[in-house]
Design a protein around this ligand. Structure first.
Ligand code: SAH
Length: 433
């Protein structure tokens, strides 16, 4: 989501202020920091970076510093208490107002702060995507109304707002015309998407997927992230649609019903297992991944063992796991935290070791199969290799020419080296479109 927002930030400044993007600090007139506050560590990085920029501003006082994203939204003008060198503070929902804020600061040399949530306005004022990449993000909703006790998102990005059905289809159509083949539908909770179509009928994420899969040129659709309580049968049934990619990322956070209820996730472990079971009935080899938090206040050894058992039982192909981090303003942050840091670290390691094992097992099972890969770019490590993603979202490296970038090709998976899959491009069976 932040990568998407950063791209939009660039689009806005290029098209409204005729600016050019540079990653060379010495060339820059404006330094922009797009921030994340989901965990404390991400937030602390912001202030370290601002510390480095402060020295720079001493030497070049004319340089402008703007901080956007969720730390800006959470801290507002307080950012200036710790970092008085900051000129502009804007939230994730006011990206489109940045050109005006920059002009204001240039004309009256005062600080500008706007961290409001002007609902859907952002979608209407952002320039349309100019992406020509094979795979493009398309934002379909913003914010979150779930208010899980640990999570800062509803406070930093506001409540859920769905973008209009027409404007999403219009953007996808344009992307397809420019050569995009894969669409990743983006939002904090994409499966709570709710809007009306051109006939005034209610539409959900499953409808959106169905309509987008009819747009010529679009051959693959992914979405991220979803929430178990909005995962209804219509979305599960959509897995019969071959254009919907063979992976599902569905965060569960814990395998203990007690902890899930404390987190206000509003579903049980059994309900989660049922969703996965139904999806696997349609797609037995689907890549199922999840998110976990360990060390939530009150998590006992027994609760944590329930998490390990759930992971053993479900076999994930990947997962992100984190030590619980108290976030300002969230209900969990005022709960008594009774678990020692060493126990949290130990639990995280146990969970990650287990998940790593399962991820390797999933990748190993791909050896010998032929995968339809969308080639995304040159491999970072070897100059004669390119890489792309299989339908199940796993990255595969293989020897191939750079002119295959942006095309679908068939690749036979040969081996798993450490954590990366390597394969062979099957030229004659290449199904480049
Ligand atoms: N919409 C998703 C959450 C996306 S945030 C959902 O509802 O499940 C990405 C992940 O960050 C979360 O799934 C969670 O595992 C982790 N996370 C969020 N808040 C956290 C916190 N306070 N401490 C540790 N991890 C957290």
């Amino acid at each position: 989501m932040n990568e998407y927002d950063s791209d939009k930030l660039t689009d806005v400044l290029v098209s409204n202020l005729n600016m050019k993007q540079t990653t060379k600090i010495s060339d820059a007139d404006i330094l922009l920091l797009n921030t994340c506050s989901i965990r404390e560590k991400a937030q602390e990085k912001v202030f370290h970076q601002l510390g480095r920029w402060k020295k720079l501003k001493k030497k070049r006082p004319e340089i402008m510093i703007a901080v956007g994203g969720c730390v800006a939204s959470q801290e507002g003008k307080n950012i200036r208490t710790r970092a008085p060198e900051v000129d502009i503070i804007f939230g994730p929902q006011t990206i489109h107002r940045l050109p005006k804020m920059i002009r204001d600061v240039y004309s009256n040399s005062k600080t500008s702060v706007d961290i409001s949530f002007p609902a859907i306005e952002k979608f209407d004022y952002l320039p349309s995507s100019k992406s020509q990449s094979p795979s493009a993000y398309v934002s379909i909703m913003e914010g979150c109304s779930k208010y899980c006790t640990f999570c800062v998102v509803p406070y930093t990005r506001g409540d859920e707002v769905s973008r209009s059905f027409d404007s999403i289809l219009y953007e996808v159509k344009n992307l397809a015309t420019n050569g995009t083949k894969e669409i990743i539908l983006l939002g904090q909770n994409v499966n709570s998407y709710s809007s009306k179509n051109f006939n005034g009928e209610n539409v959900k994420l499953s409808d959106l997927i169905r309509y987008i899969s009819l747009i010529p040129g679009i051959d693959r659709i992914r979405y991220t992230t979803s929430h178990p309580i909005d995962f209804q049968d219509d979305l599960i049934e959509e897995y019969h649609n071959p254009i919907l990619a063979n992976n599902v990322h569905l965060p569960i956070q814990s395998g203990s019903d007690f902890i899930l209820s404390k987190m206000k996730r509003k579903h049980t472990v059994l309900e989660y297992k049922n969703i996965i079971k139904k999806i696997r009935e349609i797609r037995p080899d689907i890549n199922v991944s999840s998110d976990f938090i360990v060390g939530y206040p009150g998590e006992s050894d027994e609760d944590f063992n329930h998490t390990l058992n759930l992971v053993k039982n479900l076999e994930f192909s990947d997962a992100y796991s984190f030590i619980y981090s108290p976030r300002p303003g969230t209900p969990a942050s005022i709960e008594h935290d009774d678990i020692g840091q060493d126990i949290k670290i130990d639990r995280l390691k146990k969970l990650q070791d287990l998940i790593k094992l399962q991820a390797r097992r999933f990748s190993k099972n791909m050896i010998g199969t032929i995968q339809k890969v969308l080639v995304e770019g040159l491999s970072v490590k070897r100059s004669n290799e390119i890489f792309g993603r299989a339908d199940n979202n796993k990255i595969i490296n293989f020897i191939g020419d750079r002119n295959l970038i942006g095309k679908f090709v068939n690749v036979r998976v040969d081996e798993l080296r450490i954590n990366t899959l390597h394969g062979t491009y099957l030229e004659r069976d290449g199904i480049s479109k």
